[in-house]
Write a protein that binds this ligand. Sequence first.
Ligand code: PEP
Length: 246
Amino acid sequence: MRKLAAGNWKMNGMAAALSEARGVSIAHPNPSVDVLLCPPATLLTRAADALANSAIALGAQDCHAAGNGAHTGDLAASMLAEAGASAVIVGHSERRADHGEGDELIRAKGEAAIAAGMVAIVCIGETLAEREAGSTLHVVRSQLAGSLPLGATPQNTVIAYEPVWAIGTGKVATPEQIAEVHADLRAALTDMMDGADAVRLLYGGSVKAANAAEIFAIPHVDGALVGGASLKAEDFSPIVSALEEA
Ligand code: PEP
């Protein structure tokens, strides 16, 4: 399978940040892995122009579950696709926490992304309290079962395992913790869909240049979803390179 390095800019990035996206494209004109940047929706069309004829794909950070309608402030998957996105992150833990999103809604959003011809990047992950209670595998299996889009295939769906306590905190899960969850997710997916071996399982949570190679050497880690370290080309590029070398 082709691995994936995905950058999530979150609510960061004015027009000047497009130079960072261009920097990634210049550093990786012909990468051996898929490279995806997810800027805020306000930058998608300009990012699409900035990255035209490059190997860097664009994604969005969320979409509405409906195709259109009376949903003030929301964006339909088809709108994001028209703006240049080929993928959408759904169920990021910040949306689960900030907007109370649950598995059923996340599944519907993923299905909307797929219906619009995009890849759904479905995020799951336990909180610190859940890990300390020993319920990590139960929590991520239940999130996977509840939020995997109907009609998921290895081509249209990516799963990102992101322990909530490791996002933006500088705390990285240990290789043993990541290995345990990724192996379990692969097994769970195998019971849920055809072609589970080819579904990309990303790790996310304080991935940076210094720890990327160690993380990418873990079985069933097929790439990363990167937050903070995706904002600057000089930080994200070595992560892409580490994935190419893994
Ligand atoms: C994320 O936003 O998905 C993420 C993993 O953030 P960070 O890399 O900053 O921990």
